[in-house]
Ligand binder design. Sequence first.
Ligand code: C2E
Ligand code: MG
Ligand code: MG
Ligand code: MG
Length: 278
Amino acid sequence: TSKDSGKNKFSVFDQEMNRYQLRRMSLEKDLRKALARSEFMVVYQPKWDSLMNVTVGLEALLRWKHPDHGIISPAEFIPIAEETGLIVPITYWMLQDVCVQNMSWHKDQIANVPVSINMSARMFENGSLYDVVSEALASSGLEPHFLELEITESIAMNNMEETVAQLSKLRDIGVRVSLDDFGTGFSSLGNLDEIPVNTLKIDQVFIRKSKMHSKKAIISNIIAIASNLNMEVVAEGVETPEQIELLQSLGCRVMQGFYYGRPMPVNELGQWFIENTA
Ligand code: C2E
Ligand code: MG
Ligand code: MG
Ligand code: MG
């Protein structure tokens, strides 16, 4: 009867919720031990100058190698890390790891490009970002302009005064800043010129194959805004030659996406740079 099926649906939903909550709770518990157990790994995705055909930067992306569940996507564990505050020590570890890694690519003359790290809102809450970044640069010996922080519009707009103050101090010593997922954050454009930003990263939703032609006007205007504000532009999520052609025709030359390179572990990047450096 309809009454029974209604009841069944409810209990299936209940079970789903329960399973979701159980996984969430168990991941949270494991996440608290993951740093100490060295379960995090950094992978690097190239940013590619499509006219010069060279790698012009890398984005560092976090991977969690869970002992039972295998590799867990950042889409699943970053929100947990943010809610619990664990993202702060994790990002401190990552800053250190990435600076040391990039410095060793320089020393070994393997690569000379900036590496970016994604920032959560939490990183701007306790006022210590400047000190932590300076320490990672000093102890690794990496020059500040080889480090880039990726922030989102919502981070920038939330508590704008404080965020801008901290970013400005970092920019003053040469650290680069990019605005990630640009165009999806409903930011007020009126403030964009007040945030110290080197680069706008056009979000993948505009670049997606099925959407791209209908989003041409938006993409073109993001490129114009960047150019008028003296910012560079990077297109995210580039997967096909058609996307590259259209982006180039709109004046965008730097791209990041599976077409050029997937995020790679350190041991694959040596070979990558041999094959993809001018
Ligand atoms: P994001 O910063 O916008 O990073 C780009 C994401 O798009 C990465 O996913 C990357 O693998 C993926 N991607 C790159 N090219 C393509 C493409 O051509 N097609 C498609 N479909 N996807 C592409 P990933 O590594 O799974 O990271 C997802 C998000 O998780 C990141 O988005 C970022 O917001 C967050 N995240 C990753 N690592 C960190 C981290 O260390 N700290 C913080 N706070 N967030 C992180
Ligand atoms: Mg990013
Ligand atoms: Mg992005
Ligand atoms: Mg994103």
